[in-house]
Design a binder for this molecule. Structure first.
Ligand code: CDM
Ligand code: ATP
Length: 281
């Protein structure tokens, strides 16, 4: 039986859209923190040119899976004459704003770089990651971070409180692309600072657009607030919302009360990716 490798989710503890570039992408400021909720991946060697997947996200064809795309990119860049079978035990909701697909891709790059002995440095893996999606590089960077640009200019924040959160998925899937292309989205905000974030400026400026288009997200936010959860906000482009609680027990009690079909978890912030040392050369 092959080894299990985690692909943890992330939260955006704040997110601010600063500007729109001429190619349509948006300049952001955001704070990333990992959480202890993860997909689990297994890798089995296959002959050159053979790439396959089992398990994994429902409705995503094998060839489009970000983990398979990541494996193929690494094989190309590294001149690898091997294939791989990837099994994904999927626990992270899709279109949840917690970076499930991106994290699967990052774990694939980190693990295959070892198994295939491609010997790429962390920065090189991050570059491959950036070609797959804006959220991939931070999972390879492996530390809680302040991010700018599309999320690729990263500054480690190792002293973020590793708080307990309740994370709620209101059973809708939000397309990141839909939110960023929405005509009503406010695209220009005055840049913030790490100091302002640490002082409590934790707004996600995508939230009004997401809540207007997906009322379930607003209902989920209200439900968490009614349970006494503090500082409730959207992560990424949603659909998940999360907020602070004092400890694991309170988080579990609140999560257990969540009305179906919503789902909720007691999670804890982590400033280090569980595979951080595996990516270090
Ligand atoms: C919202 C965040 O989750 C915050 O961490 C990320 O910025 C989104 O990262 P992601 O899901 O990896 O997004 P990508 O797959 O790279 O982009 C999906 C689509 O969102 C839009 N997009 C994404 C990121 C960005 N900074 N500006 C954009 O305009 C683009 O239309 C793009 O086609
Ligand atoms: N292994 C994978 N797991 C999940 N989604 C995948 C995967 N591979 C490709 N995808 C595609 O990526 C899309 C985004 O999925 P993901 O779970 O990363 O969303 P998200 O949590 O909203 O991400 P983000 O916060 O990065 O916007 C899915 O709708 C799916 O089509």
């Amino acid at each position: 039986m092959s080894e299990n490798y985690p692909a943890p989710a992330k939260l955006n503890l704040m997110l601010r859209v600063i500007d729109q570039r001429s190619d349509g992408y948006h300049e952001l400021q955001t704070v990333f923190q990992f959480i202890d909720l993860a997909d689990q991946l297994q890798f089995d060697s296959r002959p050159a040119g053979r790439f396959s997947r089992s398990g994994g996200p429902e409705g995503v064809p094998e060839a489009n899976d970000l983990s398979i795309r990541a494996a193929k990119c690494l094989a190309d860049v590294g001149g690898v004459h091997e294939g791989v079978h990837i099994h994904i035990d999927k626990f992270l909701p899709m279109g949840g704003g917690i970076g499930g697909g991106s994290s699967d891709a990052a774990t694939t790059l980190i693990v295959l770089n070892r198994l295939w002995r491609t010997g790429l440095r962390r920065e090189e893996l991050m570059e491959i990651g950036a070609s797959l999606g804006a959220d991939v590089p931070v999972f390879i960077f492996g530390r809680g971070a302040w991010a700018e640009g599309l999320g690729e200019r990263l500054q480690a924040l190792d002293a973020l409180p590793e708080s307990h959160y309740v994370l709620l998925h209101p059973q809708v899937s939000v397309s990141t692309r839909e939110i960023f292309t929405a005509p009503e989205l406010t695209r220009h905000h005055v840049p913030s600072t790490i100091g302002a974030f640490l002082g409590g400026a934790t707004e996600n400026t995508l939230e009004p657009t997401v809540c207007a288009r997906y009322p379930e997200v607003e209902h989920g936010t209200r439900w968490l607030k009614n349970q006494g959860v503090h500082d409730v906000r959207l992560t990424g482009s949603g659909a998940c919302v999360f907020g602070l609680v004092a400890d694991n027990i309170s988080a579990q009690q609140i999560a257990a009360r969540v009305p179906a079909p919503w789902r909720a978890w007691s999670v804890r912030g982590c400033n280090r990716h569980p595979l951080y040392d595996l990516a270090e050369q």
